[in-house]
Ligand binder design. Structure first.
Ligand SMILES: CC(C)(COP(=O)(O)OP(=O)(O)OC[C@H]1O[C@@H](n2cnc3c(N)ncnc32)[C@H](O)[C@@H]1OP(=O)(O)O)[C@@H](O)C(=O)NCCC(=O)NCCS
Length: 177
């Protein structure tokens, strides 16, 4: 797939800075079914977790965002929290390329697996992460993590954990081409 735009405007991936916070919050609000987090949450991601977050910019517009972190309880993992691509940018490999760009940063040199959570009905998200596992030649294991009744008091559907691995930095770089 190719995320290069046909408009001629240049597409680039970069770590966020604090002043990106409002645009990130606005992009997420246009990407259901993503939860709308607080503006403050996005500011913390853009600052404390800038090494694990990426912005895709087309010209001067933010068209993509991935937030993540390295869980303290599982330090060799990379957790993908939210992936948001503006409607006009979808279906061009942008989400996949943003995640690959995060995993090829030096801050992620020791990652052995990627984890995320996905609801059963989010077909696009399952396709995205199955595609990454395929491109990296790794397995994707699925298991219920946060359950509707036990963890969401019935208010939200169960979030299944997708765990992709084993990964090595060189394997990911090689798949990047
Ligand atoms: C999910 C989302 C991030 C995908 O972004 P994208 O840039 O269009 O995804 P990509 O083009 O990188 O596609 C990655 C894979 O998913 C597949 N895919 C993308 N959208 C799909 C859809 N709506 N239905 C089925 N498959 C889909 C692609 O075909 C591709 O598969 P392949 O590698 O086998 O060809 C985007 O649709 C979005 O922002 N949705 C709303 C928010 C959301 O649900 N986020 C994910 C939860 S964290």
């Amino acid at each position: 797939m190719n995320a290069e735009p046909s408009s001629g405007a240049s597409l680039r991936f970069r770590p966020p800075v604090s002043t990106d916070g409002p645009a990130v919050t606005a992009l997420i609000s246009r990407c259901p079914p993503l939860d709308r987090n607080s503006a403050y949450c996005n500011l913390i991601q853009c600052t404390h977790f800038a090494d694990q977050c990426v912005i895709a910019e087309l010209g001067d517009r933010i068209v993509g965002w991935v937030s993540g972190h390295r869980p303290a309880s599982d330090p060799r993992a990379f957790f993908v929290w939210q992936v948001a691509v503006a409607a006009e940018g979808r279906g061009k490999g942008l989400a996949s390329q943003m995640i690959k760009s995060l995993l090829t940063r030096s801050a992620q040199h020791d990652v052995t697996h990627l984890i995320t959570t996905i609801t059963d009905g989010n077909k696009a998200s399952w396709a995205l992460f199955r595609g990454l596992a395929r491109d990296w030649g790794a397995e994707l294991e699925r298991s219920a993590l946060f359950e509707r009744e036990a963890h969401f008091a019935g208010a939200y559907p169960t979030e299944y954990q997708a765990r992709i691995g084993p990964l090595t930095f060189s394997k990911i770089q090689k798949a990047q081409g």
